[in-house]
Design a protein around this ligand. Structure first.
Ligand code: HMG
Ligand code: MG
Length: 301
């Protein structure tokens, strides 16, 4: 079974200008749960001034439908306090392999972010025995401000995240530039630090390489991938970041490879269509477009 971690309600919505109500977010998440998504990153306890779309995190969290395991982004102790106060104990801290992006995204150096995360990790472990902490490593291949990132630099920050005692590290191709060769090189370095179960890939699909990158990572034993329904997503502080790998495309690919996910593609497509309608956007996922086209042609017959 491959783990598919749905980040649409967080990564997918954070970049959208059209305000989405808490009620609509809950409906989107309920439909994702119905489609079989078992791990959903629901929101962020970041500064609402920095990401206004997710300013309702504390209202949303207690109303999440039962079933999936939910998590949320937390950048600092203030965010953790807000998360804990509504019962959120599965958190994701986030830093990057490049200084320039870290400064623009969280207004800290990499070292300042890691120092602050120590308190976040300790705080959530003390608050709940069932806590879970993910560490994000953004710009693992390239930074939109300072260019290419070396494997050595990416692996060094990944190792620092592991040293904090996180449960897993999600390795982000934030602006969607990497190719399978780069994924193989980085994965080999990461696997020399910790086993495959510690690593997740988070591919944005700006240039259409995310599925090829997923295939490369799978071959090296990685079994967990982030994706967003309808291919929504992007970071407001990473110019040029396209949408995430669409969950529809990931699920189609995995199933066709004979790998199980427990996700129902048709129910997922329904969840995506409704959030796209609310955002006033057309579908872009290849798998979704193909299935819409085949529905349309069967209706014409
Ligand atoms: P700052 O302005 O340096 O913060 O922002 P500060 O500590 O100076 O505080 C300023 C004000 O913000 C204060 O309020 C704080 O209380 C408040 P004031 O006194 O002015 O009224 N504040 C908060 N409020 C609510 N929740 C909080 C919080 N913290 C401080 N947690 C900060 C620093 C980290 C807060 C800010 O930079 C921030 O929120 N950044 C988040 C940016 C973000 O969410 N980016 C997108 C997610 S990352 C991503 O998408 C990449 C990923 O998908 C992986 C990939 O693709 O690579 C994960
Ligand atoms: Mg992302």
């Amino acid at each position: 079974m491959i783990r598919v971690i749905e980040v649409g309600p967080r990564d997918g919505l954070q970049n959208e200008k059209t305000p989405i109500s808490t009620e609509l977010k809950l409906d989107f998440i309920a439909k994702l749960a119905h489609a079989g998504l078992k791990e959903i990153e629901a929101t962020s306890f970041v500064s609402p001034k920095w990401v206004p779309q997710l300013g309702d995190a504390a209202e949303l969290w207690p109303q999440l439908p039962e079933g999936p395991r939910y998590s949320a982004l937390v950048p600092n102790v203030k965010g953790l306090e807000r998360a804990i106060s509504v019962g959120c104990h599965r958190v994701a801290v986030f830093t990057a392999a490049s200084e320039a992006f870290t400064l623009r995204n969280i207004n800290m150096t990499i070292q300042q972010s890691l120092d602050g995360f120590k308190d976040v990790v300790e705080g959530v472990r003390a608050a709940a025995s069932q806590s879970f902490v993910r560490g994000y490593l953004s710009t693992a291949f390239e930074c939109p401000f300072s260019g290419r990132v070396s494997v050595v630099d990416a692996a060094r920050v990944a190792e620092s995240l592991l040293e904090l005692g996180v449960d897993e590290v999600s390795v982000g191709d934030t602006i969607g530039v990497a190719s399978p060769r780069e994924v193989r090189e980085l994965t080999s370095a990461l696997l020399s630090l910790a086993p495959a179960s510690k690593w997740v890939y988070h591919f944005h699909d700006t240039r259409g390489t995310a599925i090829a990158n997923t295939a490369a990572a799978l071959e090296l034993g990685i079994t967990a991938f982030d994706s967003a329904a309808a291919g929504l997503g992007g970071c407001p502080y990473a110019p040029g970041a396209g949408g995430n790998l669409a969950t529809e495309d990931l699920v189609y690919f995995l199933h066709r490879e004979g790998l199980e996910t427990g996700i129902n593609g048709e129910a997922l497509a329904q969840a995506s269509l409704e959030i796209l309608k609310a955002l006033g956007k057309p579908p872009v996922s290849r798998a979704q477009l193909a299935s819409l086209a085949s529905c349309a042609s069967s209706q014409m017959q």
